[in-house]
Design a protein around this ligand. Structure first.
Ligand SMILES: [Zn+2]
Length: 232
């Protein structure tokens, strides 16, 4: 059964077929709604299982990234530097990039993550876009990540009950790193092969990637509960 958040995304996330088909793990974006109750059981430090992409698949995915960005719904604005959360996300990206440099196991290689206002990203980068007017909370298309400003704002507003600023930072990092897991592990290639092929194993892999990245970046895990709660 598809979790509620997921249905919400598939039904309302986009108004055009390509992004609906290719966007990953959107409305839900995360663990609980996408992955369901397995968190905490994933061992930190295990090697991630990435999806092998052929040269042709890589080219197709890169093309799809550009097309999808060009065809974003009119109400969705993704100029990251205009987002009130740009500094918060940039700070987390700075914290995680030294870890990304150590991930020489990722193929095609990823050297860094960067906040962008528009494509194209460099071939060895993961691009992050902060968007307004975006229905899903987060989604990843190959190596482009889209995060909803409303969702981030919701995390911030709810963070007081979870420990305030540090919980907010932690929750935001977890959401971003989970999507980075989908990006780095080439989960979009599965979508390219079969639109239905993206489920629990990929969610667990993305969670594991996020836990590893948080540990390596010395970001506390206090906000993971907040991120989960916000996702429900
Ligand atoms: Zn996911």
């Amino acid at each position: 059964m598809r979790p509620r958040g997921m249905v919400e995304f598939w039904d309302m996330g986009f108004h055009f077929p390509s992004a609906r088909t290719w966007a990953l793990c959107a409305g839900a974006a995360l663990f609980t709604a996408c992955g369901g109750g397995t968190h905490g059981q994933v061992a930190v430090g295990d090697k991630n299982v990435s999806v092998n992409v052929s040269w042709a698949e890589k080219k197709s995915l890169e093309k799809l990234e550009l097309q999808t960005h060009k065809n974003l719904p009119e109400e969705q604005q993704c100029v990251s530097s205009r987002s009130p959360f740009a500094d918060d996300v940039a700070e987390i990206i700075r914290a995680v990039n030294p870890y990304m440099e150590t991930r020489t196991d990722i193929t095609p290689p990823v050297r860094a993550v960067e906040l962008r206002d528009h494509p194209p990203r460099a071939e060895d980068r993961i691009a992050v876009y902060l968007c307004t007017g975006m229905k899903p909370r987060a989604y990843t298309l190959y190596r482009s990540i889209y995060l909803s400003g409303d969702f981030i704002g919701g995390l911030k507003n709810s963070s007081a009950a979870w420990g305030g600023e540090s919980a907010y930072r932690s929750a935001l990092a977890f959401v971003l790193f989970h999507e980075m897991g989908h990006a780095a592990l080439n989960h979009s290639a599965l979508k390219l092969r079969s639109a239905d092929q993206f489920d629990l194993p990929q969610e667990m892999e993305a969670d594991q990637f996020a836990y590893d990245a948080m540990a390596a970046s010395r970001i506390s895990v206090t906000g993971i509960g907040l991120a989960r709660a916000a996702n429900n």
